[in-house]
Design a protein around this ligand. Structure first.
Ligand code: FNR
Length: 183
């Protein structure tokens, strides 16, 4: 069977992002027979529906990467109890124009890291709500909510917390299974 290609979406633009570090940890934990490549949201403009029939180059490339993937792994920060505007904005672009969404039917999993104790729980439930309208099958369990992130990563950004690494490994296993059934 062909390799399962997972696209990890880095929900934060910040250089020292814990969410990017979490995705880098996931790259070390991905099951055999699957690969995890990351995509950044830098350079994606604010959504303007006047441009949805002639999408900007950065959005076309974003959509191409989604369409090329077998599964999506979102790593979202939590901003003011929700997902960051930049991530929502990128999701909106890739869902357009009507009838040409790149997300349709794409198996997905969600995780997130925050410096708060709830580990992006509220942001993840908002994101899951969005995945309903995008009609993406989503891994329900495990939920990977990395709270108090500053204590779970070392100074080099390596995820040192063993239980969190195990959770991510389980999430990846479930996502690969979902992707196989969706094929
Ligand atoms: C935050 N942060 C935050 N944390 C949280 O647990 N719940 C929240 O509602 C918020 N709100 C919030 C709003 C804004 C505008 C910022 C910039 C930050 C803190 C957030 O978890 C922290 O900055 C993380 O480090 C962001 O993720 P990255 O950039 O490390 O991936």
């Amino acid at each position: 069977m062909d390799v399962i290609k997972i696209l990890g979406i880095v929900g934060s633009l910040r250089k020292g992002s814990y969410n990017r570090f979490a995705l880098k940890a996931a790259q070390e934990l991905v099951p055999g027979g699957a690969v995890l490549n990351l995509i950044e949201l830098h350079g994606i403009p604010v959504f303007d529906q006047d441009n949805e029939m002639t999408l900007p180059a950065s959005v076309l490339e974003f959509k191409r990467r989604i369409l090329d993937a077998d599964a999506i792994l979102f790593a979202t920060p939590e901003y003011n109890y929700s997902l960051p505007g930049g991530l929502k904005n990128a999701i909106d672009w890739a869902s357009r124009p009507y009838g040409e969404s790149a997300w349709l039917g794409k198996p997905a999993a969600v995780m997130g890291a925050s410096t708060g104790s709830l580990g992006t729980a509220r942001a993840q439930y908002h994101l899951r709500q969005i995945l309903v309208t995008l009609d993406m099958p989503v891994v329900n369990q495990p939920e990977v909510m990395i709270g108090n992130a500053a204590q779970r990563f070392d100074q080099n950004g390596r995820l040192t917390d063993a239980p969190t690494r195990q959770h991510i490994q389980k999430l990846l296993g479930a996502l690969v299974q979902l992707a196989k059934t969706a094929r």
